[in-house]
Design a binder for this molecule. Structure first.
Ligand code: SF4
Length: 94
């Protein structure tokens, strides 16, 4: 059974090349690393992404209450500065 990927409802990391108007435009992001870091964040000299709202493709934070089988089950997430420049701010440990 397929289900819609959770939207990135807001991303305040305007330095990211996928960010436009405080909104993520990556096809799908991955959350992971040693905390709930956005692994898709990239700060380079040109803008990328699609004319769509970004969504969560995969998440490695299995200890998050929204995580099911390494996928995010939240209705939507927000991304912004946390422990790092671009973290999932919806992260909530079980
Ligand atoms: S809310 Fe939890 S499960 Fe969803 S992307 Fe963020 S850290 Fe991963």
């Amino acid at each position: 059974m397929t289900q819609a990927m959770p939207a990135v409802s807001e991303c305040s990391v305007t330095s990211c090349s996928y960010n436009s108007d405080v909104s993520c435009h990556a096809g799908a992001i991955t959350i992971g690393g040693d905390h709930a870091h956005c692994g898709t964040f990239i700060d380079i000299s040109f803008k990328g992404g699609l004319d769509v709202r970004g969504s969560v493709g995969a998440c490695h934070r299995s200890e998050c209450r929204h995580n099911e089988r390494l996928e995010c089950s939240a209705g939507a997430i927000t991304v912004g500065a946390g422990q790092d420049v671009a973290d999932c701010l919806t992260y909530s440990p079980r």
